[in-house]
Design a binder for this molecule. Structure first.
Ligand SMILES: Nc1ncnc2c1ncn2[C@@H]1O[C@H](COP(=O)(O)OP(=O)(O)OP(=O)(O)O)[C@@H](O)[C@H]1O
Length: 594
């Protein structure tokens, strides 16, 4: 999917791919034994209930005329027992199938989530996150009914139909043929609306996705919305999207609603015809039909159309589910752009030499963000990357952690090409602090420990102390046990950065990447931090991106990047002497501070 927005529909598949159902069958397979048990149970109960109309026929044609109370009592008790057996079977079916249905839903959702964990940043860059959520939550949920009831009901109803037809044929062939006349009419209705119905559900799934995307975006952007007093405009956009969703849903569901009434109309017509002809045959001089047979037969007609109605319902849910399945499997099939090569080896413990050799990269095909980048950071060196906004600084460090693969050239660590090692072994040797210091819902302790799950409380506290986060944490009501919300909304931007800083340091990495790590920290804290930082940078290869140049003056090497190219390189003094771009940038900040 090229870049998508909340108001852009996703591309709709034209023809239905049967493989999707095969894949769904793969999820159902582990439960097939239990399902078969339920189907058998339901079939036995149906077979028994099927005998009830025959009981009626016998009572009407024999027991009542012959005043045989014994057989009437027998048929009554048998009918009661059969009803009891059906009730218990139904209860077992509902319970078992609900559990199985929810298990399958869980399995599918688990697979999508696992896959999402591996998908490259570019996948998330390209679409609204709400459109991803809707697949994991709503679309998968929508399969639940189909999986818990649909499949078993379809099997049992198909078998029921066969049973019923056998009984009906045994009772009266002519009446059965009249009843069957309705089926071609129903098939014609299905063929007539099938294509439109499928498309309507696909459109509905798109509109639902758009609406979800906008809700997610609005929640994330609520501060900006309220700051710029955009509430009314946003409500208007939401209103439109919601109306579009309602409209698409109404249209899709209208097709579904066509099925039930069609079945009803067709069944009423055939039943009426059966009554008319049946009564005629009863009244005929040769009396080719008895009253008992007609009564028993009409009881079967109801049972004949009931499964057809459920099958039509199943067909509806199948068409609905298919439009969701397309999206679900599309997500699961999304290629993991950055993944371990089949022969990837674990990266041995590194000393920390990072080398870029003729590296070029662009986020989109044909676009160049970095062009022929070359540099070598020796183990333990601190590299600062500076330059104007959008120059490509974050892109360089993202490539070191292999969040994206390079288009050409190579990046090596200690001489080993990073594309040839496992991502896990590579990233566990890096401490990365990105621009958006993401805070997860949980305690502050958990958030710092995210960098190293085996760290003790003491180690967490030591890391926090080093980055000067300890004091503010201790001032909070529960210290390290204080609960913070997702995104850390109750923390200041600087506090969030300090926590992420501690998280990166706790990983005790050989390679440290700090992307704008100190941009929201006040100058006083930064000075304090600098001391701890200097200690920590010792023995680690570090890449620091900073707009505030005072923080990187001591770097071993400063790369001045602009438009994806390294324009200047050297330490602070050398670059100042050069009186080039770095000099201008530094002086402009210096003048500004004067
Ligand atoms: N995910 C992305 N998809 C497409 N283009 C991107 C993506 N991320 C960044 N870019 C583009 O790549 C270029 C370099 O971005 P980058 O984030 O590396 O800049 P930067 O130097 O770190 O900027 P800043 O100082 O503002 O953080 C910019 O033109 C930006 O628009």
């Amino acid at each position: 999917m090229a870049r998508n927005r909340y108001d852009m529909d996703e591309i709709l598949e034209d023809s239905f791919d049967v493989n999707q159902l095969k894949r769904l069958a793969g999820y159902i397979a582990p439960y097939k034994k239990k399902m078969a048990g339920v189907i058998l149970l339901m079939l036995s109960s149906s077979a028994l209930t099927m005998a009830i109309p025959i009981f009626f026929q016998n009572v009407m044609d024999h027991s009542i005329p012959e005043k045989d109370m014994k057989s009437i009592t027998f048929y009554s008790i048998a009918t009661l027992l059969i009803a009891l057996y059906s009730g218990i079977s139904l209860r077992i079916k509902i319970k078992t199938m609900s559990v199985i249905g929810q298990n399958i839903v869980h399995d599918i959702r688990y697979d999508i989530f696992c896959h999402l964990q591996e998908l490259p940043f570019s996948y998330y860059d390209d679409r609204p996150h709400g459109k991803i959520q809707v697949r994991v939550v709503n679309y998968v949920n929508s399969l639940s009914d189909l999986l818990s009831n649909g499949i078993v009901n379809t099997f049992t109803d198909l078998c029921n139909l066969i049973f019923i037809l056998m009984f009906m044929f045994a009772l009266d062939v002519r009446l059965t043929l009249i009843c069957l006349c309705g089926l071609p009419v129903l098939a014609f209705v299905i063929i007539l609306i099938k294509k439109k119905q499928r498309r309507a559900w696909q459109i509905q799934s798109n509109k639902q996705s758009n609406l979800n995307a906008y809700i997610a975006e609005s929640i994330n952007g609520i501060r900006v919305t309220q700051s710029f007093v955009r509430e009314n405009e946003n409500t208007g956009i939401f209103n439109n999207l919601s109306k579009n969703y309602r409209k698409s849903w109404m249209r899709a569901v209208m097709f579904n609603f066509t099925m039930g009434p069609s079945v009803d109309i067709i069944s009423t017509f055939t039943t009426a015809l059966i009554y008319v002809l049946g009564v005629r045959w009863i009244l005929a001089p040769d009396m080719t039909l008895t009253v008992g047979v007609l009564i028993a037969f009409t009881a079967y007609i109801g049972r004949f159309w009931a499964p057809i109605n459920t099958l039509a319902g199943f067909y509806n849910s199948l068409l609905t589910a298919i439009s969701y399945l397309e999206r679900i499997f599309e997500t699961i099939d999304e290629p993991v752009g950055v993944r371990d090569e089949p022969d990837a080896i674990p990266m041995p413990e590194v000393a920390g030499e990072v080398k870029f050799s003729h590296v070029s990269f662009g986020y989109e095909p044909g676009q160049k963000i970095l062009e022929d980048i070359n540099f070598t950071a020796e183990p333990g060196e601190t590299y600062a990357i500076v330059g104007p906004t959008g120059a490509g600084k974050s892109t360089i460090v993202n490539l070191i952690s292999r969040f994206y693969n390079v288009d050409s050239g190579k990046i090596t660590i200690d001489g080993i090409d990073i594309s040839k090692v496992t991502l896990h072994s590579l990233r566990t040797q890096m401490g990365i602090m990105m621009q958006d210091s993401f805070i997860f819902a949980g305690t502050i302790m958990d958030n710092i420990r995210y960098g190293n799950r085996s760290a003790t409380d003491e180690e967490v506290i030591r890391a926090a102390k080093t980055v000067c986060a300890h004091d503010f944490i201790m001032e909070m009501e529960n210290g390290y046990k204080t609960q913070v919300n997702e995104r850390g909304s109750r923390l200041s931007a600087g506090q969030r950065q300090l926590i992420s800083f501690a998280r990166a340091l706790l990983a005790d990495p050989k390679i440290l990447i700090l992307d704008e790590a100190t941009s929201s920290i006040d100058t006083e804290t930064e000075l304090l931090l600098q001391k701890g930082l200097n200690e920590l940078l010792k023995g680690r290869t570090s890449f620091i991106i900073a707009h505030r140049l005072s923080t990187i003056k001591n770097a071993d090497c400063i790369l001045y990047v602009d438009k994806g190219d390294i324009l200047e390189r050297g330490n602070h003094d050398a670059l100042m002497e050069q009186k080039g771009e770095y000099y201008k940038l530094y002086m402009s900040q210096y003048d500004f501070l004067k």
